[in-house]
Write a protein that binds this ligand. Structure first.
Ligand SMILES: [Zn+2]
Length: 447
């Protein structure tokens, strides 16, 4: 067992203590002079929010007030009049014309990437310093939060090692503002499959993920788990066949070994898979979610449903890449990948597989994550179904349904207020009025 760190004689800690004392004295002086800096609303103070309507994670309800308790949790939900008279001392915030929803959950992002039409993926991995990538990620986290996303499952640093683990720690310590972050570190790929590619054979560039094969998959999975990841991410297939065709990568035995290793440590596995064979192997190996699934058929989605595997279609990324290649939506016919996305999405809905809302933000602009929900509606879901996916379903996928994804007593007060009614027009999700994380108003204007 690793011994606990010794702190008492650490000169750095003592210096930090001295700085804290000086800072406190300075703040006391400012307060005495009447110049105390603005402080956020006291998270310990209870508030009663009365919006026009709420979406509770499943359905829309009118005449519902939400009481944010003193511990950053929702302590009551009920008719406005009943809650106001039951809590006469609690400050009331009326949100006229506003819908209150659970904080949105992004099922698939890459905060260490930015849009490929700004900088190609290869150049981000090979030419951007780790410092630049982390600084960009901090702005991406802020943009995601401002868009109403209070939780992100971030599915791979793409060459930035464990920078996501460090970002998660900085968020937990309150050093930076952002959504709660669920991370996978470098992710796992089979040797020879992943990029950057196209270099002279004597030159081995750093890769966008960590290679592992055969029995080494167990060592690499354990090493990644030891570095503090929350999920294991694998690429069950990739574009490495003839003419760049998508072909399976890990064998079923390798995938099973990874899933078993992760399961022993209490971690779920997410699998990138676009081909039927990749999806089949990942499903039978016991992964928790499959990302992309472009070639998915009704049969493979039925198999996923039978095994309780979630499907994250990442429609927004597929359309973004088509746009970068010159597709003008509305003017040009849909390219093949977008057509395949449409049929896979319809097949998945028909097969009854649980559909996650995961956009693959990073391929396109962070803060534009709600575009995935707009496309889910365009591809056939009702706005209510798309919102259910981005809240309660994603929370279930993350095994966090007891904490986030619903407006109900006992849940974390992660909330987003938007002007209008996204149940009628999903586009209203972009009209963010305020965002709360753990009961503290953190983005947009705090009512
Ligand atoms: Zn991705």
């Amino acid at each position: 067992m690793q011994p606990p760190p010794v702190r008492s004689h650490d000169p750095k800690t003592n210096a930090a203590k001295s700085l804290l004392i000086i800072r406190m004295a300075f703040l006391a002086l400012l307060t005495a002079l009447g110049q105390a800096p603005a402080v956020k609303a006291d998270p310990a103070a209870a508030r009663l929010l009365i919006p026009e309507r709420i979406f509770d994670g499943e359905k829309f309800l009118a005449d519902r007030a939400v009481l944010i308790g003193s511990q950053g949790r929702i302590s009551a939900v009920g008719p406005a009049e009943r809650l106001t008279s039951a809590h006469p001392d609690v400050p009331v915030r009326r949100l006229n014309g506003v819908t209150l929803l659970p904080g949105l959950i992004e099922g698939h992002s890459h905060v260490l990437l930015h849009p490929y039409d700004e900088t190609p993926w290869n150049d981000q991995v090979l030419k951007e310093s780790r410092a630049e990538r982390v600084v960009r990620a901090v702005t991406h986290l802020k943009a995601s939060l401002a868009a109403g996303f209070t939780t992100l499952r971030d599915l791979g640093t793409e060459g930035a090692g464990y920078a996501d683990v460090g970002l998660r720690t900085a968020l937990e310590k309150g050093v930076i503002a952002g959504p709660r972050l669920i991370v996978v570190g470098p992710a796992m790929v089979v040797t020879g499959s992943y990029g950057p590619k196209g270099f002279a054979p004597n030159f081995r560039p750093p890769l966008g993920a960590e290679e592992a094969d055969e029995t080494r998959v167990i060592t690499v999975a354990r090493d990644q788990i030891g570095h503090g990841i929350d999920w294991v991410k694998v690429y069950a297939d990739y574009r490495w066949g003839p003419n760049g065709a998508t072909r399976p990568t890990f064998s079923r035995a390798e995938l099973q070994a990874i899933v078993a290793t992760a399961r022993d440590a209490g971690l779920p596995v997410a699998a990138h898979a676009s081909s039927i064979e990749g999806m089949r192997r990942a499903t039978l190996a016991g992964v928790r979610s499959i990302e992309h699934g472009d070639a998915g058929t009704r049969e493979i989605f039925a198999l996923m449903a039978e095994h309780g595997v979630f499907f994250c279609p990442t429609l927004a990324a597929g359309e973004a890449i088509a746009r970068y290649r010159g597709w003008h939506k509305g003017r040009d016919p849909a390219p093949e990948r977008v057509r395949r996305q449409h049929s896979a999405f319809a097949a998945a809905r028909g097969a009854g597989v649980k559909i996650c809302a995961g956009s693959d933000a990073g391929v396109f602009r962070h803060g534009d994550n709600t575009h995935e929900l707009e496309l889910m509606v365009e591809y056939g879901m009702s706005p209510t179904e798309a919102l259910h996916a981005a809240t309660a379903v994603n929370a279930e996928m993350l095994n966090m349904a007891d904490r986030i994804g619903r407006i109900a007593p006992g849940m974390a007060a992660d909330l987003v207020a938007v002007r209008g009614n996204p149940g009628r027009d999903i586009g209203d999700l972009r009209e963010v009025v305020a965002v709360w994380r753990d009961g503290v108003c953190v983005a947009a204007s705090c009512p």
